[in-house]
Design a protein around this ligand. Structure first.
Ligand code: PGA
Length: 240
């Protein structure tokens, strides 16, 4: 596991963006796993900037998002479909047919959807590069503490801490209680994984993930078992 400590969030974002762009340049039909949340916002901004400045071509790239809330329509402002469109897809030329986000809208058969998602990842040849964040409780995607290391895409209950953290973004709106998420087994099969963490509030989770015992009670600790992980932190994580 390589750990890069960058001086600030801007540099963290640039470093992550450079990794992604380098990977797409080396393999234009890259299969990229993508996160949502506050942490990757700067990375998306930097990728979009570079895409414009350097006239990059993402048309052959395939993307798989980590997760989606259950119960929100695609157009709901807080859905991850909306997030991805707003912060990334509307600015770049990823082909709409190459974009994959788990389906969380009401009325879906979620067992069938989970199976479909896993199959789509397999048929794409697996994920080459997966970018992930980490929750304050050590979750990755919506794999909350206790999630089996061999779990696959499925619907899960959000942990109370996750709901509380999300409430800041949802304001007065109701935070969904469930999500559909890639499993830890799905995530661990990615060929390369990049973990991003910024802010003192993540210090404890990062410490437990990187140096604590490997345990399903800290889902991110599974990354210690993976041969090709890069962790990108900024100083604010380290300070605490
Ligand atoms: P955040 O979420 O980037 O909004 O802090 C990360 C996560 O919970 O995985």
């Amino acid at each position: 596991m390589r750990v890069l400590v960058t001086p600030d969030y801007r540099t963290l974002s640039r470093t992550a963006a450079e990794l992604v762009i380098k990977a797409v340049r080396a393999k234009p039909d890259l299969t990229l796993g993508l996160p949502t949340g506050s942490t990757p916002l700067g990375m998306y901004e930097e990728i979009v900037r570079e895409y414009r400045d350097e006239h990059l071509d993402f048309s052959n790239m395939r993307t798989f998002n980590l997760d989606e809330y259950v119960g929100l329509l695609h157009d709901a402002p807080k859905s991850y479909h909306s997030y991805m469109r707003r912060h990334f897809f509307q600015h770049v030329n990823v082909s709409p047919g190459n974009i994959n986000i788990p389906e969380g809208k009401p009325g879906v058969d979620f067992d069938a959807e989970a199976e479909r998602y896993e199959k789509a990842i397999r048929e794409a040849g697996g994920i080459d590069l997966l970018i992930v964040g980490i929750g304050t409780n050590g979750h990755i995607a919506f794999n909350e503490p206790g999630a089996p290391f061999d779990s696959r895409t499925r619907v899960v209950d959000l942990a109370p801490e996750t709901i509380l953290n999300a409430q800041r973004h949802f304001g007065n709106e109701h935070v969904p209680r469930k999500a559909i998420t890639m499993g830890m087994g799905t995530i661990r099969e990615a060929r390369r994984i990049v973990l991003l963490a910024s802010g003192a509030h993540k210090a404890n989770a990062v410490e437990r993930a990187l140096r604590g015992p490997v345990s399903e009670s800290v889902p991110a600790s599974a990354l210690q078992l993976h041969p090709r992980v890069i962790v990108i932190l900024d100083e604010t994580v380290k300070k605490n």
